[in-house]
Design a protein around this ligand. Sequence first.
Ligand code: HEC
Length: 203
Amino acid sequence: MMVTVLTGCGQEADQGARQSAQAAQDELLLQRASERLIADFSKELKTELLSALNRGGPATAVEVCHSLAPQIAAGYSGKGISIVRVTNRPRNADNLAGPEQMAILTQFADTAEGYRPSIAAWSDDDSGKAYRFYKPIRIMELCIKCHGDKTTFGPELTGILNEKYPDDSAVGYRPGELRGMFVVSIRWPEGRMAAEQLADRSP
Ligand code: HEC
């Protein structure tokens, strides 16, 4: 996109405007890349879950839910991009949202203002500058099998969950409820190339 800056204020103002136009373009790229990554992740998770449930029942499917996220994230390690799922009611305690994440998650909870599709923010700390993109995860019919009413679970699933997740808080959900959120983190500018590849990927 061409941005024409009409200003009589000389070079400095011109440069400032160019920089903010560039920053806006970068943010658009980062948002597109984040949305793409989350969409691909969700699609793969659903496909894998369904085929695992058909193939091997809940035992196999539980393993999919456990290992798929780290597998997908591993594909981007070293390229400056990470993706995780966090929640206020974890099955796996490793997925408990931190204090800052909890504050974002609260904003996705159903409120009088309604439903926010996503939140983007920049962070700048000891590990460098990063773009963060948060998107809510909601419960669908498929998820109820393992995150719904415990009394509807078969003995096999109940056994595995009790064994692997004795402190499970991720049950009792109903369709539409907020389950947690995706957190995409793109280190900047290190993650630019991987972000461009993601943004160009066709749906
Ligand atoms: C076959 C059972 C099963 C189904 C179906 C299932 N999950 Fe899970 N889910 C799990 C297991 C097991 C974990 C714990 C994974 C781990 O150890 O990291 C989990 C973890 C999660 C987490 C990470 C947070 C946490 O509590 O540890 C989210 C978010 C999540 N599931 C969302 C969903 C959504 C959304 C669906 C529907 C699309 C879904 N799950 C369907 C079994 C399932």
